[in-house]
Design a protein around this ligand. Structure first.
Ligand SMILES: [Fe+2]
Ligand SMILES: [Fe+2]
Length: 330
């Protein structure tokens, strides 16, 4: 009987070959040894140059990276009977804490194989987990109904497939890095818009300032991811995979850890806000501005599918015309 490890050893070359064939099918040329293909030396120098650019982007991020000091501000908040807002904050804390599992899954996909990406994700994870702690403490002040999160949906087929799919993604690097950076750009953009909106809903100035500070950190995360996506998408091969992978893998922050129905129910106070919807639609424009991504749309199809808002509605169009959709907070 062949041992599990032995079978994996035997199957690995076939698996790799099938990925290479898939690549040939999509891009119409052989991955290795094609006439006129880029030499290894040129690839190595392009890789080094990209790493240098990524270090520059990381250094800009690191200069302003810090752990938010939230405890005194949350302690100063009086208890308030607002379970709907409290549950929203608690749901956001669940989403922030889930970044740990996102990190683990992306380790499987080898998305952090470059030192500057690993340096970024180490700092990013600390900041996100601290957001989760701050939001959970704040949610308690608003008497959050934490039971609503107990109704988390069972693993979807998509989540079940994500493990093997992410291992498979190791074979199509650097495409996975481009998909990761682009998805990160959209996710952080949506997060910063949500926190800014929540800061307007908070009744206490200490809660508002804390939420605005979290939004500011999300905007810094977004800027790093966006810079990284621009760097990775210099490679046409990475662009090709991003065009396929981004619409396939992207879902709004919170849908995976909470389940679609709980997400929709908990975020309902925000999803009926036409100005926020208009701001969320701006995510598509941000993606389309990335190299090679001009035809990609993810937010508009998602909102349409959910029936959350008709993106062509007069209300949303009006908010966009007033300029709410075109300003970034950082
Ligand atoms: Fe966060
Ligand atoms: Fe973030």
């Amino acid at each position: 009987m062949i041992k599990r490890t032995g079978r994996a050893k035997v199957l690995k070359p076939y698996f790799r070959a099938s990925i290479i064939s898939l690549h040939s099918l999509i891009w119409g040329k052989r991955l290795r040894g094609a006439p006129g293909s880029t030499s290894m030396a040129l690839k190595a120098s392009r890789y080094r140059l990209q790493n240098e650019q990524l270090w520059q982007a990381f250094n800009r991020f690191a200069q302003r990276s810090y752990i938010i000091d939230w405890r005194a501000r949350v302690d100063s908040l009086p208890f308030e009977e607002n379970p709907s807002f409290g549950s929203l904050l608690y749901a956001l804390s669940v989403v922030e804490t889930d970044t740990q599992s996102v990190y683990q899954r992306l380790c499987q996909a080898n998305a952090y194989r470059r030192p500057p990406m690993y340096a970024f994700v180490t700092a990013w994870l600390q900041e996100e987990l601290e957001h989760g702690r701050a939001l959970e403490a704040m949610a308690e002040k608003y008497r959050a109904n934490k039971c609503v999160m107990g109704r988390r949906q069972r693993s979807s087929l998509r989540s079940t497939l994500s493990g093997p799919a992410l291992y498979a993604a190791r074979l199509v690097s650097p495409g996975i890095e481009s998909v990761y950076a682009t998805v990160g750009t959209i996710t952080e953009y949506v997060a910063l818009r949500i926190y800014n909106r929540c800061s307007l809903l908070a009744t206490h100035p200490a809660a508002s300032s804390l939420l605005r500070e979290i939004a500011l950190q999300e905007s810094r995360h977004m800027m790093f991811y966006r810079n990284a996506a621009i760097i990775f998408n210099q490679n046409p091969y990475a662009q090709g995979l991003a065009r396929i992978g981004v619409p396939l893998f992207w879902r709004p922050p919170g849908v995976d850890p909470l389940g679609l129905s709980t997400w929709r129910e908990t975020f309902a106070p925000l999803l009926t806000d036409p100005e926020l919807i208009a701001q969320m639609l701006r995510a598509d424009q941000i993606v389309q501005e990335l190299p090679g991504m001009s035809s990609i749309e993810v937010m508009r199809p998602f909102l349409k599918k959910m029936g959350i808002a008709n993106p062509a509605s007069k209300l949303v169009a009006g908010a966009r015309a007033r300029g709410h959709a075109t300003r970034l907070s950082a």
